[in-house]
Ligand binder design. Structure first.
Ligand code: RUQ
Ligand code: CUA
Length: 643
């Protein structure tokens, strides 16, 4: 008590608060014990997801998605490079905001997690048996894939709404022609139920708003997806002023079941579009890229009943449907109140045609006809809301830097707790599903300041864990995260742990360059390309000595890890390679390309400490001058060199 309360000046008050409830014991996970929850935190501008255990806050893995990762060779080895292909070329970076766990019957099922790439619009799917990126789909006709993925209750669709409206199709026009030329596409990406493969089923071509966030209906509202938008002023400069003029902006409510009817009826138009679809295959251990050429587009003015606009005060950010599916909670950043729309009232208003005009043929529903309730003056700068499954909602407030707990239906504020500092998103495990596991809420904060030891100008990102078991929230833990965490997802460990893959079966390895046994190891020259079929097992490579490479060659090391046991990856690195190591899981094959620039004899070695003789897991590659007569030879041990 004495030691802890004496640390830090600025946070003294809060530290005492955390201590008072014996917080430490509530987050203590004893050595060798497991956490109760997995938490998947977006890595923001790192393009990754950080996987943490809760309640301990321990970092378990960083999953590279829209990034390269030298630790794992992701984006550096030949097998994963295609995942990062786009119509703009190879893009090994993006800004990843909102992870979304797959759901079945409105409940998280632990199969996949999806996340958006914001900058060069993309959607990724991560397989939760391997915790690796399995698929990346580029989204055409989009300019900033922010309102995404926000999937439907059986993962029928992941959605991708554009943040920036852009000319569709893209063309060279004056920016001042915004009002006439710029449009906002809302994409519905179908997910194949067994493989998870994604495919753009249709896009809805909306007027030039900025679509910010989304939430799909559940239970009674299943079949609808709600997108917040700002900039109903449709301005294109100094938005901080110009897009804050109107008292209300809009939530776009899209009836995707209706859209399916229009698709069937042939109402969609084929728009030319260039985008990449990249899929990783666990049998070939390789990704492939396919160039896609068109999308189906629905035009709201030609499809009555497809989409409605719900007036929403004022510059709304997050939109979150409560677990009953009845309320659509909107956080107007500049509004004094939290506005909840009522789904049943919305249906009634549509039936009664309680409209207030339209924008480009999209009817605007009268505000009073759709309003379900307001939380009066709960705080400043509301951003996002999560639910606990006990009828309570938790809203993050950026400006007043707090989480406010309130009751859905009575709209009364029950509790508030400060966050350190300026919370963005917040997350309750399952808190966006029909079955929240409402034990904790995690605050994902934007500003760190004095919460950790300083590390130069750049500080770690800051998350905080609160218990929401009781009536009052209780701060339990601060823990650092990577990148800038936006949204996060949490799930009971038991929904993932039993399905976690331990190794890949060698007998099922269909990599075109697999070397299934040491006897199959070989080196093959095809002109300037040299293919090395290499194996690795504790604690040697086969072959470990190779001669006959020449300056100007392109050498492909196709390395197969022959181990068939849990937790025995091997690494592979060669001196002077301009990419990264390979980190190869048991039963897997990966390829490192090496273009030796100078003659000499260069070491290669295993980078992952794999056995007592890990350090001996090494070899040499001899490089001769271009055009020299050095023969291609390779061997292991005292064996006669193979030729
Ligand atoms: S958005 S706060 Cu992508 Cu709220 Cu991050
Ligand atoms: Cu293999 Cu170290």
């Amino acid at each position: 008590m004495l030691v802890l309360s004496s640390c830090g000046k600025a946070n003294q008050g809060t530290t005492t608060g955390a201590l008072s409830g014996n917080a430490a014991s509530k987050v203590y996970v004893a050595p060798g014990q497991y956490d109760e929850f997995y938490a998947f935190m977006s890595g923001g501008f790192s393009g990754q997801i950080g996987v943490y255990g809760l309640p301990s806050g321990r970092l378990l893995k960083v999953i590279p998605i829209f990034s390269v990762d030298g630790e794992k060779g992701y984006g550096f080895n030949e097998e994963t490079k295609p995942l990062l292909n786009t119509s703009h070329g190879f893009i090994p970076w993006d800004d990843a905001h909102h992870p979304a766990l797959s759901q079945t019957n409105g409940e998280t099922d632990g199969r996949w997690i999806f996340i958006n790439g914001n900058n060069t619009p993309r959607l990724a799917r991560i397989d939760l048996s391997t915790f690796e990126t399995a698929e990346i789909l580029e989204i055409p006709n989009s300019g900033g894939n922010h309102s995404s993925p926000y999937l439907t209750q059986n993962t029928e669709y992941v959605v991708a709404g554009t943040r920036f409206s852009v000319p569709i199709p893209q063309k060279d026009v004056a920016i001042s022609s915004y009002a006439e030329n710029f449009k906002g596409a809302l994409s519905f990406v179908k997910v194949e139920p067994t493989t998870g493969h994604m495919n753009i089923e249709f896009q809805v071509l909306m007027p030039g708003l900025n679509f910010d966030l989304a939430s799909s209906g559940k239970g009674p509202s299943h079949g609808w997806t709600f997108f917040t938008s700002y900039n109903s002023e449709m301005k294109n400069s100094l938005l901080e002023v110009n897009a804050s003029q109107n008292d209300k902006d809009f939530v776009a409510a899209v009836n995707w079941k209706k859209a399916e009817e229009y698709l069937k009826a042939g109402k969609a138009k084929d728009f030319p579009a260039n985008y990449m679809h990249n899929v990783y295959n666990d049998e070939t251990h390789s990704a492939t890229s396919t160039a896609m050429k068109s999308v189906k587009v629905l035009i709201p003015s030609e499809c009555p009943g497809l989409v409605y606009l719900l007036p929403t005060p004022k510059s709304p950010h997050g939109v979150d449907v409560d677990p009953t599916g009845e309320y659509i909670v909107c956080s107007g950043k500049l509004s004094a109140d939290i506005t909840a729309h009522s789904f049943p009232k919305m249906l009634k208003a549509i039936e009664d045609k309680a409209f207030d005009g339209d924008i480009s043929g999209v009817p605007i529903i009268k505000f009073e006809s759709v309003l379900g309730g307001t939380v009066k003056e709960p705080g400043l700068g509301p951003l996002h809301t999560e639910f606990d499954g006990k009828g309570n909602a938790y809203t993050s407030f950026f400006i007043s830097s707090e989480i406010v707990k309130w009751k859905v239906g009575t709209w009364e504020v029950i509790d508030r707790q400060p966050t350190y500092y300026s919370i963005g998103h917040l997350m309750v495990p399952g808190g966006n599903s029909m079955k929240p596991e409402g034990k904790y809420v995690v605050a994902l904060n934007k500003i760190t300041k004095d919460r950790y030891l300083p590390t130069g100008p750049e500080l770690t990102q800051s998350a905080q864990l609160y218990s929401i078991d009781g009536d009052k929230m209780e701060l339990l833990l601060d823990f650092p995260t990577i990148g800038e965490p936006h949204y996060a997802q949490g799930i009971s460990a038991e929904k993932i742990k039993p399905k976690s893959k331990q190794f890949f079966k060698l007998s099922e390895n269909k990599h075109p360059y697999v070397t299934p046994t040491e006897k199959d190891a070989k080196v093959v020259r095809e002109g300037n390309n040299v293919h090395v079929y290499m194996t690795m097992i504790r604690s040697h490579f086969m072959p470990d000595n190779i001669e006959g490479f020449k300056v100007g060659d392109k050498v492909y090391f196709h390395v197969t890890n022959l181990e068939q046991d849990f937790d025995v990856p091997h690494g592979f690195a060669v001196m002077g390679a301009t990419n990264a190591e390979l980190l190869i899981m048991p039963g897997q094959t990966e390829t490192l390309v090496w273009e030796p620039k100078k003659e000499g004899v260069f070491p290669l070695y295993c980078t992952d400490f794999c056995s007592a003789l890990h350090q001996e897991m090494q070899g040499y590659a001899r490089v001769s001058p271009a055009g020299s007569a050095t023969a291609l030879r390779w061997w292991l041990g005292d064996e006669k060199p193979v030729q």
